[in-house]
Design a protein around this ligand. Structure first.
Ligand SMILES: N[C@@H](CCC(=O)N[C@@H](CS)C(=O)NCC(=O)O)C(=O)O
Length: 210
């Protein structure tokens, strides 16, 4: 398998899961900051021009939730996606929400040019994005207050995806005080950061979260 990733992007979640399941893989760096994801070589991999993409024997899967679910199903022994259909549904629900609502709220702050054409219109879009993210983050905090992990009372593919958003919370575009305002989520992040698979993925990407 080949994972196309950019340091600190949402590709961090599948990167962690590849490490968790012990699958041999090649990590292909496509730095968003350099515009590598908009070059023809990468557009041939993912015509959407977005990271991540996963290549399996010549087949490409894009979209983080699909990649995460695939990896867990590829290695059912890893137990990262419950076999019980209801709990599986709850995991997929959470992945879809993170991707469709939380990630897009972040994009309002990180990429306002996607929402309005003129630069003077950026600030209100970004401000509304911050408010949307704060609302979503409060919801995540309350979910994590009632359990150490997001779904099913145990570690699943949802948890590494949550770490991506925690990382963005402390990052320069949001600069939230995550430890003060989201203590349950901070405990969750610390539990993940203690996992060797998470440490390997972070070391390869060259990023530190806490
Ligand atoms: N819905 C996609 C979103 C992917 C996405 O937007 N990825 C970001 C990195 S976190 C990206 O490629 N950004 C580059 C850009 O917007 O130009 C998914 O879940 O994989």
């Amino acid at each position: 398998m080949k994972l196309y990733y950019s340091p600190g992007a949402c590709s961090l979640a599948p990167h962690i899961v590849l490490e968790e399941i012990g699958e041999p893989f090649e990590a292909v760096r496509v730095p968003i900051g350099d515009g590598a994801h908009r070059q023809p070589a990468y557009l041939a991999i993912n015509p959407h021009g977005r990271i991540p993409a996963l290549e399996i024997d010549g087949t490409i899967i894009t979209e983080a939730p699909a990649i995460l679910a695939f990896l867990a199903r590829h290695r059912p022994d890893s137990d990262l996606l419950p076999a019980d259909p209801v709990q599986e549904g709850k995991c997929l629900e959470f992945l879809a929400w993170l991707s469709s609502s939380v990630h897009t709220a972040y994009a309002q702050v990180r990429r306002p040019e996607r929402y309005v054409d003129d630069e003077p219109d950026y600030p209100p879009v970004m401000e509304k994005g911050r408010a949307n993210i704060a609302r979503h983050f409060a919801e995540i905090e309350s979910i994590l207050e009632s359990g150490p992990y997001a779904v099913a009372g145990r570690y699943t593919v949802v948890d590494p995806f949550l770490l991506v958003f925690y990382h963005w919370g402390v990052g320069r575009y949001l600069s939230f005080d995550m430890a003060r305002d989201y203590p349950a989520w901070t405990q969750h992040a610390d539990a993940l950061l203690a996992r060797p698979a998470v440490q390997r993925a972070l070391a390869r990407e060259g990023i530190a979260i806490r």
